[in-house]
Design a protein around this ligand. Structure first.
Ligand code: NDP
Length: 244
């Protein structure tokens, strides 16, 4: 299946590392112009060195006002990947209000805010668009020490559905991808200990974690016209984990 985004402008959050970084490169390969949003300038500098045509935007998405200012002049965007997130593991009884607020600020509130900014433009141009929120299997399945992370991703799934409901009439589709473990910097926080990775992997029918490319391919599909009748969906990229 060939996917092309020639003439389209895409914005990817959390573009500095991991899934977001590879999503930027894949979108470029498909012909899109890409705005890469992330928090660490050094990551954006190295990404710009690899991909000189991107437009880098350095901002902490947890800061609502700074985000609004940073994105006010990005111009029209047809494709949005809300990918930035943080994962801090704490046993439920030790969850702190600071971690709760930090995680919800990035994983949910920033996704909502960035989507508002981009979707307002899509609506006013009447051109429609496609938004993919990067959620997780953790939105639908309890994971040890992941109370806050699971709660943020559960909230993001529901946000995806309400966005699909309200933005559909403006020809804006909104879906999520829900990956299992991917061994990025974030994946290593939770799963580099073989005592944790082994039992997790044994619950995945395909017997392996996801690769970054698996997630990026699902994102490209949901952004593209190949998924023209799909909106409000939460697509597991999990080797069957959530099915069992
Ligand atoms: P990484 O930690 O490797 O990369 C996350 C990127 O998001 C980094 O560039 C990070 O920048 C950026 N980011 C985080 N917070 C902010 C912020 N406040 N403002 C701007 N940028 C920010 O994560 P992954 O690539 O693994 O994760 C990408 C998405 O996939 C996330 O939504 C995650 O929840 C989801 N996911 C990941 C899984 C996994 O196992 N890896 C499994 C399921 C879902 P910086 O480093 O500078 O903070």
């Amino acid at each position: 299946m060939e996917i092309t985004f020639t003439g389209k402008r895409a914005l990817v959050t959390g573009a500095g590392k991991g899934i977001g970084r590879d999503a930027v490169k894949a979108l470029l390969k498909c012909g899109a112009q890409v705005i890469a949003v992330s928090r660490t300038q050094a990551d954006l500098d190295s990404l710009t060195a690899e991909c000189p045509s991107i437009t880098p935007v350095c901002v902490d998405l947890a800061d609502w006002d700074s985000t609004g200012k940073a994105l006010q002049d990005v111009g029209p965007v047809d494709l949005l990947v809300n990918n930035a997130a943080v994962a801090t593991l704490q046993p439920f009884l030790e969850v702190t209000p600071q971690e709760f607020d930090k995680s919800f600020s990035v994983n949910v509130k920033a996704a909502l805010h960035v989507a508002q900014i981009i979707a307002r433009g899509m609506k006013s141009r009447g051109s429609g668009g496609s938004i993919v929120n990067v959620s997780s299997q953790a939105s639908q399945c309890a994971l040890q020490d992941h109370a806050v992370y699971c709660a943020t991703k559960g909230a993001l799934d529901m946000l995806t559905k309400v966005m699909a409901l309200e933005l559909g009439p403006h020809k804006i589709r909104v879906n999520s991808v829900n990956p299992t473990v991917v061994m990025t910097a974030m994946g290593r926080i939770g799963w580099s200990d073989p005592m944790k990775a082994g039992p997790m992997m044994s619950r995945i029918p395909l017997g392996k974690f996801a690769e970054v490319e698996d997630v990026v391919n699902a994102i490209l599909f949901l952004l593209s016209e190949k998924s023209a009748m799909i909106t409000g969906a939460t697509l597991p990229v999990d080797g069957g984990f959530l099915a069992c």
